[in-house]
Design a protein around this ligand. Structure first.
Ligand SMILES: [Zn+2]
Ligand SMILES: [Zn+2]
Length: 299
């Protein structure tokens, strides 16, 4: 129940990575693979679903995605950002309505945080789903138009732009979120189906030029699966994501002036979950990164 506090005014805009896993998290329900078993035994290996928080210039905290682990994730925000206590988010912004991205919305209501009128920033189709599931009570639904930069709250010092991306849009549409701070811009792109579709929407010729056109300095991109053979017995065409191997093939190695590309939204089967894996070394050798919980990025 209750209790609100605000973070200290840091004078800048900083982003904390609160979760790096795919919707199922690590351990994933019903899985006793080696990685999930290790995470069950050792809490330090557990991974929350993908989410970030932005601490604005005025000390307000802004949450992107509302995962079921939001209670622990608000602690990660408080500690990694050096706030003077756990704060309730000033706004919540959503990319889409697949389970792992919204299953924490209920935590904002009477049974837990007891908030009301928290601006919930999302596309109209996402807000329709939130309403249809009866989760809108703690929020003030705020429709965001695609491709239009806006300031989530006065004095925060950054802007959001929601960029449409193709992604199994059975229920709602899906957006990537561009966060433009005073010095740098960060793209949050946890889910999309394939680079061809995404680049096609923007008439971009390749990944790097798309990111440069958007003015992106740091890109947190869909790294769900390492490669095509990762889910034996499941039809991976039903859950399309560009694999990390494919993305690396497209972007090659980091050159001067290239943005930082950091892989996020890791499935429990993805070897990038292990920092010491050959695959994680490969990503680092090429000049890119793998997202880690509690990392803070300055914008
Ligand atoms: Zn997801
Ligand atoms: Zn597993």
């Amino acid at each position: 129940m209750g209790g609100q506090s605000q973070g200290m005014d840091s004078g800048g805009v900083r982003v904390a990575i609160l979760g790096v896993a795919q919707d199922g998290g690590v351990p994933q329900a019903g899985c006793d693979c080696e990685r999930c078993s290790a995470a069950q035994m050792d809490p330090s290996l557990r991974l929350h679903p993908s989410s970030i928080a932005i601490l604005g210039e005025d000390g307000g905290l802004h949450l992107v995605e509302a995962t079921r682990d939001v209670s622990q994730q608000l602690w990660i925000a408080a500690t990694s950002l050096g706030m003077d206590g756990v704060a309730s988010p000033k706004t919540v912004c959503l990319t889409h309505t697949h389970l792992g991205h919204i299953d924490g919305l209920g935590q904002f209501g009477k049974e837990s945080m007891g908030l009301d009128s928290v601006p919930l920033l999302a596309s109209s189709r996402v807000l329709d789903v939130v309403r249809a599931r009866g989760l809108e009570a703690p929020f003030e639904a705020t429709i965001v138009e695609s491709n239009r930069p806006f300031t989530p709250s006065e004095g925060c010092g950054f802007r959001y732009t929601l960029l449409p991306v193709p992604h199994r849009d059975e229920e709602s549409d899906t957006h990537a979120i561009l966060i433009s701070g005073p010095n740098k811009s960060l793209l949050f792109l946890p889910d999309h189906d394939h680079w061809g579709g995404t680049l096609g929407l923007y008439e971009a010729k390749d990944v790097k030029s798309w990111l440069l056109d958007l003015g992106v300095n740091i890109a947190l991109v869909d790294g769900t699966f390492w490669d095509e053979g990762e889910l034996p017995g499941r039809d991976m065409t039903q859950i399309p994501h560009p694999t990390v191997s494919k993305t690396l093939e497209i972007i090659g190695s980091k050159g001067p002036g290239d943005p930082d590309v950091i892989f996020i939204h890791l499935n429990h089967t993805n070897p990038l979950v292990d920092e010491s894996s050959d695959q994680a070394s490969r990503v680092r050798e090429l000049g890119w990164g793998v997202a880690r919980q509690s990392t803070v990025l300055e914008l």
